[in-house]
Design a protein around this ligand. Structure first.
Ligand code: GDD
Length: 447
C-alpha cells in the first residue's frame, strides 16, 4: 500500500473548502439482526418510506452543495450497489458515487484508512462519515457550520437517549457551553452520559488519518491485548472450540480498526473535537423490526416537509402514507398512519393497514388487517386475516417486548413469499421466507 501523503498543514488550502462523504455500508456478515429480511436483500438496500435505507443517507449528502464525491465503503460483493449507483448518477450527474470494497471487514476506521488515497485525492479539507444503519434528519449543514465556527478537527452528531439505553451506544461527555467533547467511551459498562454517538461524523483530512495511523501502530505493538466486539458480535457471540478458528479470528480482529474504540477516545484528548446535539429524530436500524419505527420517522419528516411523494390525505388515507405508483390500493381500504406500500403490491377492499411496510408484489386480501408489521416480498395475507405486532413508541431504542414472561419481537415480520390463510391471526411473530400459516399463531419464530 502506498505511504500516506498528507496535505501540508494549512487551514485554508482550498479557496472554497472542499468536502467529500463516506457512507459505511458494512457487509453480509453484519446485519444478521435484520433477518429474515436481510436473507433476501442486503440491509442497506431495504426500503423504508419508499427508499433504500442508504438512499436516505445519500439524499442528505446531496443537500450539501459542496460535496461532489461520495464513497460507499463496505465488504459486500461488487455487484450489490451497482443499480443504486446507476440511479444515483442519473439523479445527480454532478456527484461522483463509487463503491469501495474492503477485501475483508476492516472496521469502521480500517476501511477509511485502506481507501485513504481515494478519499484524499483532490486534497479535500474534510469529509463526512455516515453509518448507513441510522435513521435521522442528518443535519450535515449544521455540522459543517459548527466545524467552521470552532475550526474543528472533528465534529460528531450526538443525541440524548434515556439513561437505560445509553450504554448500548458510544457515550459522549461534553462541555455544554463550548460543545467540546471532553470524554468518549464506546458502549460503557456503567452510566457515563446520556448524550450518545449518532454514527455521523465530520473529520478534517489533516488530522483523522494520522490518528488512525497511530492507532494501527499501537495495535501492531500490542496485537493481542485488544479485542473489541461490536454490538452485533456481542449479541451473536458463539464460542468456537476450534483453535485454528480462534487464531484466524484473533488475526482478523487485529486487522480491524474501529473509529469508536480506537480513535474517538484519543480525539477527545485534543481540544478540537466537538459535538452537535440534535433534538430531531434519531434511531438505529439494527433489527428487522426497527424498520417499522424508522419508516414512521422518515414518513413523518416527509409529511412535515409536504413531500409530493406521499399519498394525498383523505377519509381513508391517514397521513403519512407512501404508496408506490405501481401499487393498487382499493379505494375502500383504510391506510395509515405510517404505512409504506411497495411496487405492484395489491390491497383489497375494506383492508386496514397501519404502522406497517408492505413490500413489492405483496397482496393483502379484502378485509384483512395489518398492524405494526412488515409483509415480505410477494407474500399474501388472506381475507379477514389479522397480522399484527404491538405498538411501541417510535423513539424507543428497542424492538422487543416481554409477553407472558418471554421476550418477543414487537413487530410481526413475514419474510418473502409467506402465505397467511383466510381468517388466520398472526401476532408478534417472525416468519422465515416461504412459510404457509394456516392456523392462528402468536409470539413465535416460525422456521
Ligand atoms: N465498511 C465497513 N467496514 N463498515 C462497517 C464495518 C467494516 O468493517 N463494521 C461496521 N461497519 C458499518 C456498519 O454497517 C454500520 O453502518 C456502522 O459501520 C456501525 O456498525 P457497528 O460496528 O455494528 O457499530 P454499532 O452500530 O454497534 O455502533 C455504532 O453506531 C452507533 C450509532 O448507531 C457506534 O458508532 C456507536 O458509538 C454509535 O452509538
Amino acid at each position: 500500500m502506498a505511504s500516506l501523503q498528507l496535505p501540508t498543514r494549512s487551514r485554508s488550502r482550498n479557496p472554497v473548502p472542499s468536502t467529500k462523504a463516506v457512507i459505511l455500508v458494512g457487509g453480509p456478515s453484519r446485519g444478521t439482526r435484520f433477518r429474515p429480511l436481510s436473507l433476501d436483500v442486503p440491509k442497506p438496500l431495504f426500503e423504508v418510506a419508499g427508499k433504500p435505507i442508504i438512499q436516505h443517507c445519500f439524499d442528505a449528502v446531496t443537500r450539501v452543495p459542496e460535496i461532489t464525491e461520495v464513497f460507499l465503503v463496505g465488504y459486500y460483493d461488487e455487484t450489490v450497489f451497482r443499480d443504486f449507483i446507476k440511479d444515483a448518477h442519473r439523479e445527480h450527474p454532478k456527484i461522483s458515487v463509487r463503491y469501495l470494497r474492503e477485501y475483508t471487514a476492516l472496521g469502521t476506521a480500517g476501511g477509511l484508512y485502506h481507501f485513504r488515497d481515494a478519499i484524499l485525492k483532490g486534497r479535500p479539507d474534510r469529509f463526512f462519515v455516515l453509518n448507513a444503519d441510522v435513521c435521522c434528519s442528518f443535519p450535515l449543514g449544521e455540522m459543517l457550520r459548527l466545524f467552521e465556527e470552532k475550526d474543528a478537527e472533528a465534529v460528531i452528531l450526538g443525541t440524548r437517549v434515556s439513561n437505560d439505553a445509553a450504554t448500548n451506544f458510544g457515550c459522549i461527555v461534553s462541555d455544554t457551553h463550548t460543545k467540546r467533547v471532553l470524554h468518549y467511551v464506546e458502549k460503557p459498562e456503567g452510566h457515563i452520559s446520556n448524550l450518545i454517538n449518532c454514527g455521523v461524523y465530520l473529520f478534517s483530512t489533516e488530522s483523522i488519518f494520522p490518528s488512525i495511523k497511530t492507532a494501527i501502530k499501537r495495535r501492531s505493538d500490542r496485537p493481542r491485548l485488544l479485542s473489541y466486539p461490536s454490538s452485533e458480535a456481542l449479541d451473536s457471540r458463539d464460542f468456537s472450540l476450534n483453535a485454528d478458528e480462534d487464531e484466524d479470528d484473533e488475526n482478523r480482529k487485529n486487522e480491524v480498526i474501529r473509529l469508536e474504540q480506537d480513535i474517538l477516545s484519543d480525539l477527545a484528548d485534543s481540544s478540537k473535537f466537538f459535538v452537535l446535539e440534535t433534538t430531531d429524530f434519531w434511531r438505529q436500524i439494527k433489527t428487522a423490526g426497527s424498520a417499522v419505527p424508522a419508516n414512521a420517522l422518515y414518513l413523518m419528516k416527509a409529511f412535515q416537509q409536504q413531500s409530493e411523494d406521499l399519498a394525498k390525505p383523505s377519509a381513508v388515507i391517514l397521513p403519512p402514507v407512501y404508496i408506490h405508483p405501481s401499487a393498487h390500493v382499493d379505494p375502500t381500504a383504510k391506510i395509515g398512519p405510517n404505512v409504506s406500500i411497495g411496487p405492484r403490491a395489491v390491497v383489497g377492499a375494506g383492508a386496514r393497514i397501519k404502522d406497517s411496510i408492505v413490500l413489492e408484489d405483496a397482496e393483502i386480501k379484502h378485509d384483512a388487517c395489518v398492524l405494526y408489521s412488515i409483509i415480505g416480498w410477494s407474500s399474501r395475507v388472506g381475507a379477514w386475516a389479522r397480522v399484527e405486532g404491538t405498538p411501541t413508541p417510535v423513539r424507543e431504542h428497542h424492538t422487543t417486548i416481554i409477553k407472558n414472561g418471554v421476550k418477543v419481537q414487537s413487530v410481526t415480520i413475514l419474510g418473502k413469499e409467506c402465505n397467511v390463510g383466510d381468517e388466520v391471526r398472526v401476532q408478534n411473530c417472525v416468519c422465515l421466507p416461504y412459510k404457509d400459516l394456516r392456523r392462528d399463531v402468536s409470539n413465535e419464530v416460525i422456521m
